[in-house]
Write a protein that binds this ligand. Sequence first.
Ligand SMILES: *[C@@H]1O[C@H](CO)[C@@H](O)[C@H](O)[C@H]1NC(C)=O
Ligand SMILES: *[C@@H]1O[C@H](CO)[C@@H](O)[C@H](O)[C@H]1NC(C)=O
Ligand SMILES: *[C@@H]1O[C@H](CO)[C@@H](O)[C@H](O)[C@H]1NC(C)=O
Ligand SMILES: *[C@@H]1O[C@H](CO)[C@@H](O)[C@H](O)[C@H]1NC(C)=O
Ligand SMILES: *[C@@H]1O[C@H](CO)[C@@H](O)[C@H](O)[C@H]1NC(C)=O
Ligand SMILES: *[C@@H]1O[C@H](CO)[C@@H](O)[C@H](O)[C@H]1NC(C)=O
Length: 438
Amino acid sequence: MARHLFQGLVWSLALALCAAAPTQDELEPRRNYIAEAGLSVTENYHPLIRVPLDRESLKTSRFPEVQDGLDARQLGPGTDHIKAIPLQTQYLMQVGIGGSNWSMIPDTGSSDTWLMSSTFQCLDRSHQLQAQGYCNFGPSYKGGYSGGKITGQHMNISYGGGDSLNGDFGYADVTVAGIKVPKQQMSLVTSASIRGNGLFSGILGLGMRGLTTAYLGTDPTKDSDANAARYAPLVETLGLNTTVKPIFSVAMSRNDSRSFISFGGVPPDVKTGEFATIPIAQISLNGKPREYLYYGLRPESVTFNNTQTHSNWTKPGLMIVDTGTTLNYFPRDVADNINSLFSPPAEYYGSGTYVVQCDAAPPTVEVGIGGKQFRIDPSSLILPETRQAEFDADYCTTGIARGSGTYILGDVFLQELLVVFDVSDKKEMKFAQRVDKV
Ligand SMILES: *[C@@H]1O[C@H](CO)[C@@H](O)[C@H](O)[C@H]1NC(C)=O
Ligand SMILES: *[C@@H]1O[C@H](CO)[C@@H](O)[C@H](O)[C@H]1NC(C)=O
Ligand SMILES: *[C@@H]1O[C@H](CO)[C@@H](O)[C@H](O)[C@H]1NC(C)=O
Ligand SMILES: *[C@@H]1O[C@H](CO)[C@@H](O)[C@H](O)[C@H]1NC(C)=O
Ligand SMILES: *[C@@H]1O[C@H](CO)[C@@H](O)[C@H](O)[C@H]1NC(C)=O
Ligand SMILES: *[C@@H]1O[C@H](CO)[C@@H](O)[C@H](O)[C@H]1NC(C)=O
């Protein structure tokens, strides 16, 4: 409810500005930047639906918000009446596995594809067994792997915030946006310390090979680099089909009618400005050779209210493009700076996040990528669905949080952009601002 009001304000403001001067489009016919970038439109697209996650829920990013031990209520004097604010939202899509469709989170921040098995053990944070309902997942998978179980290998994955999962591996045909990816290695989860939102049943891992978490043997307590076994994740198996281009793209929007993921090309009806192209950075973990793990990139700049980043992060470091993380995670001083520029200013809330009056004026935040500046859509910088009507406060979570060590461009950045992940030998990402918002 709050969301519509907030968007309404921003959009009418944008319209008022547009009316002042003829836009580029009125002066000349719009160029087709999608075609100019060598991209083609595909019919293999699927809606991405945005749903709220509550505080107890899974953080799908591998890299959590900072766990700084601060009590959630340790706020400025004016805001200690704010209680728990549901932190995040999540995008879901339907994926076909074993003859049914499942709600799954498409996650570029991890590479394993899994569904909760109907017999899974639900564990709490201290790994005590609980009833399955405690984990609050969507429908779970009954039965086995259509392409057979893989013996002597298991999944052992930990996400940010302490979520961890163990499962078997097997092969199954996985259908995404109408494309059948045959014999994809995936996991049915047998034990899980994670909490869902009652809607989704698993994660579609869209990261690259280096992030897969298979281990040889059967005893997860013995897992280490020594028994790790990488395998082809979905984006690699997809590339084996020579009729499908090895790319996928996301066009995320807070408006579900304009929010898509597509495979092999870009979704129809999305219009953009010019694209910027940047190579996917290879990353070295624990002194090992550099490899492709995350969709990492080094922005050229981060600018807020027209001030170039000035701080210990004089030149932005590596950032990860993560569809499974809601917020943007910047270094602490950069996040503090940006949050101080809301009018009135945002305040630190805890667990890396900040709160601000829901009707505050957001600052401008731009990320320089591939020689272009990408401005975060103002409507993304305050999350109206985090508003808590039952408390007398009128506070919402802001889109910019403190990270620790690893920094993330999450949904807040991706909304209103078209982002193409090219996992062919090119290994690059393309970004363009969308211009099809009504
Ligand atoms: C799964 O979803 C697709 C696309 O929405 C639909 O065509 C198909 O019939 C669905 N399959 C089942 C088993 O419901
Ligand atoms: C490749 O993908 C196309 C489109 O989904 C499909 O029709 C075809 O069967 C696939 N080929 C193989 C070998 O999987
Ligand atoms: C593997 O799973 C076990 C049991 O859940 C856990 O104790 C261990 O930390 C995990 N190891 C790795 C490398 O994820
Ligand atoms: C969402 O997008 C659709 C399709 O472009 C549009 O018709 C609708 O007005 C938009 N909704 C809002 C709340 O702006
Ligand atoms: C820069 O880093 C130093 C040492 O890590 C720290 O003491 C200082 O507070 C940082 N400055 C800012 C503006 O965060
Ligand atoms: C930052 O820019 C926004 C939008 O232009 C403005 O509302 C806000 O007052 C600015 N913040 C400061 C501290 O100047």
